[in-house]
Design a protein around this ligand. Structure first.
Ligand code: ADP
Ligand code: MG
Length: 693
């Protein structure tokens, strides 16, 4: 226990270290910058840089890097050594300027046309609200990444902008009530991370896993997850040792890794941290994914973060728990015990309901990837339809409010917001529905549509911005009010009336819901190719540009990158399938066919009666081989016909035509696997991949 206390955050340049190592005045000014989002001046930066460098070198670091999140969704780093020649030998240096600003070549990161090729420079600037840390003997400085003229090339800049925005708009609402010393509002996030482990040796024998992180072929194992015995089950020693090391590595980096357990599918697990400020949570989730993968190698595993590594087995997602809290620790999504606090809670809740309904499309786009398309709507993950789960009690309360009806006989007259106490509703009943994409879980919302490999930045940028927009519209109305209580009641009633269609407490996996959602006029965006264009819909461009989260240019660039990534992912998968099919599967099937044929032939020569099963076996195999060969050809042709087309066109052709052809190819391949001699089969099978861990 003592050891954990000592190692926790030992590789982080955190509050305690800063207080110890920075001159008082520097520390105070840095604090001010961090708390108020002020700009840092160079002199302070130099003092901080110096202290950081000394600390890092004492901890064994030799290099530093600006650590950033380009639009690939993963993190990037370019290491520089501390050493510089000087005094006839070497000096170890790190200046304030180097701390504040870095200058990586931006040309090899996706930019969606934002950066002309003649201007390859990009800038990284320190985000002092996220602590620097040491990883692999390198001092990592969390930074934002933008072009020469300030257009953002990363996921952090807009996230920080959206956090500032929701602070401003939420403060306007808070000032309408008793502010209780509230000066700053921030969004908090806790992201639960699912992943699969596979034996590294088996993984290496499968080109699909190596190249695409998911199996493109593979007949189901005789045992799947039907016994439902994996969830929370016992963890074997090897996995336990792995998890322990993951925790320790994360603790050193100051990540509050808290719960680890087995998930629903065989070989699937989950890691959940304790929640923290949104931008730090985004940094930490990136670190979690990185550490999960790195430590896996040391234990002879590969950690798969893909949304659907195995067909027929649950995929992996990420739950983004999101709330709004104040500088003095008040959770604004906590229904309070007094009328005044209830009123504030109800106003925030109503804003979220409005935001989610108005911007269903943006929330859907924020989680749209080729990998996640395998999960959403597949009866293991939420449907592709965005809706809110509130639980029966809270929904009934809102209904009573909206319709001026008494709630549960508690009130003989209808309730007045800001005057009456909100009837108590049992908290633990709010979390039973696991099929909802966006569920209220007592004092936070859980956005459950995220894929496991996704950066959480984008969904949080969108959540912050759309909720801020609703709050801003509310503030516009209420700030002008002369009868606050009456106008507040009216606003909440009106908004609930307009947006209650988004509330759904039923089974999100049910067929009936698809029909009902349609009746309610909710969007059902089936796949990524269809989702992406919504991103640049007029109303969405208006929203983001109004609040300067993105410029129009930045949005179009991101739209382009989404299409590009989607189509390239599918292109790589299709090519990998073709290669596996032609070079491994087909030859194996033909070898086996030859063996059967030889048997038949020999029996005939020796005038032996052939087994009545042998000929049909040969015929079925031959037919499968023929169909398989044809399917390879069809996949090849569709790739050929899309060459040179614009990415959005390629994307829809891939979604509508290529994916079904890949499915057919896989079906035939999997039939072959079930027929062909196991010794001849070129790849480890599902039984090995899922159960030998
Ligand atoms: P589940 O029941 O979905 O498995 P848990 O209750 O175990 O979820 O954890 C949910 C996650 O929500 C944790 O990561 C936790 O830190 C996070 N969380 C709790 N409170 C808040 C909050 N106020 N803001 C953001 N995240 C929160
Ligand atoms: Mg959860």
């Amino acid at each position: 226990m003592r050891e954990i206390k000592q190692t926790f955050g030992s590789m982080v340049f955190n509050e305690t270290v800063m207080q110890e190592r920075l001159p008082k005045e520097v520390y105070r000014k840095l604090q001010k910058t961090m708390n108020e989002g002020k700009v840092l001046d160079v002199e302070i930066a130099s003092a901080v840089a110096n202290a950081m460098k000394d600390w890092a070198i004492e901890k064994g670091a030799t290099h530093y890097t600006h650590w950033f999140q380009p639009m690939t969704g993963i993190t990037a780093e370019k290491h520089e050594a501390f050493i510089t020649p000087g005094n006839g030998g070497i000096l170890l240096e790190f200046s304030g300027k180097e701390l504040i600003k870095g200058e990586p070549d931006a040309s090899s990161f996706p930019n969606g046309g934002l950066r002309a090729t003649f201007e390859a420079r990009g800038y990284t600037t320190w985000d002092p609200t996220s602590y620097a840390f040491i990883k692999d003997k390198t001092l990592c400085i969390p930074t934002a990444f933008c072009t020469f003229d300030g257009l953002s090339l990363d996921k952090k800049t807009p996230l920080l902008r959206s956090m500032e925005l929701i602070h401003q708009q939420a403060m306007r609402i808070i000032r309408l009530f008793d502010h209780e010393g509230i000066t700053r509002v921030t969004t908090t996030v806790g992201s639960e991370q699912e992943y699969f482990l596979v034996d590294r040796h088996l993984y290496e024998q499968r080109p699909d896993l190596v190249l695409c992180k998911r199996t493109l072929f593979g007949a189901p194992a005789p045992r799947g997850q039907e016994l439902e015995d994996h969830y929370f089950g016992m963890i074997n020693e090897r996995v336990k040792a792995y998890m322990q090391e993951v925790d320790e590595e994360l603790w050193k980096l100051g990540v509050f890794a808290k719960t680890e357990h087995k998930e629903v599918a065989p070989a699937q697990f989950e890691l959940a941290p304790i929640f923290t400020t949104a931008n730090i949570a985004a940094d930490h989730n990136q670190l979690m994914m990185e550490v999960l993968q790195k430590v896996a190698l040391k234990h002879g595993y590969e950690c798969l973060l893909h949304e659907k590594p195995y067909e027929g087995i649950n995929g992996s997602g990420k739950h983004n728990n999101w709330s709004i809290v104040t500088n003095n620790g008040i959770n604004l999504l906590e229904p309070g015990k007094t009328p005044e606090k209830n009123a504030r809670f109800l106003l925030f809740l109503t804003a979220i309901i409005k935001a989610v309904d108005d911007y269903q499309d943006l929330l859907r786009v924020s989680v749209a990837t080729a990998g996640n398309d395998h999960r959403l709507g597949a009866n293991e993950a939420p449907p592709a339809i965005v809706s809110i789960f509130l639980g029966t009690e809270l929904t009934n309360i809102l209904e009573a409010l909206e319709q001026d009806l008494p709630y549960n006989q508690t009130y003989e007259r209808s309730m007045q917001i800001g005057v009456d106490v909100l009837p108590e509703f049992p908290k633990d009943t709010t979390d039973r529905n696991r099929t909802s994409p966006f569920a209220f879980t007592g004092n936070k919302f859980e956005f459950r549509m995220l894929g496991s490999s996704l950066s959480i930045s984008c969904p949080n940028i969108i959540l912050n911005t759309i909720v801020a927009d609703a709050l801003s519209q509310f503030a516009d109305r209420l700030e002008k009010s002369t009868d606050f209580k009456q106008d507040l009641n009216k606003l909440i009633k009106e908004t609930l009336h307009q947006h209650k269609r988004i509330i759904f407490n039923g089974n999100g996996y049910g067929e009936e819901w698809v029909e009902e959602a349609k009746q309610r006029g909710l969007l059902n965006i089936e796949n990524t190719a269809k989702a992406i264009p919504y991103y640049i819909a007029d109303k969405n461009v208006k929203l983001f540009t109004k609040y300067q989260i993105y410029t129009k240019e930045e949005m179009f660039a991101r739209d382009e990158i989404l299409f590009d990534t989607y189509s390239k992912t599918l292109h790589i998968e299709a090519n990998t399938m073709i290669r596996m099919a032609s070079q491994d599967i087909l030859p194996a099937a033909i070898r086996y066919q030859k063996e059967l044929l030889t048997t038949l032939q020999m029996k005939k020569q020796l005038s032996l009666e052939s087994d009545p099963a042998e000929r049909p076996l040969y015929d079925t195999l031959s037919k499968e081989i023929k169909d398989f060969t044809l399917a390879i050809q069809q996949v090849k042709e569709i790739l050929e016909t899309t060459k040179g087309l614009p990415v959005h066109q390629i994307s829809s052709i891939y979604a509508d035509k290529l994916i079904p052809l890949m499915d057919t190819l896989r079906q035939h391949g999997d039939h072959l696997e079930e027929m062909v001699d196991r010794q001849t089969w070129p790849y480890p099978q599902y039984t090995d991949l899922l159960y030998r861990i």
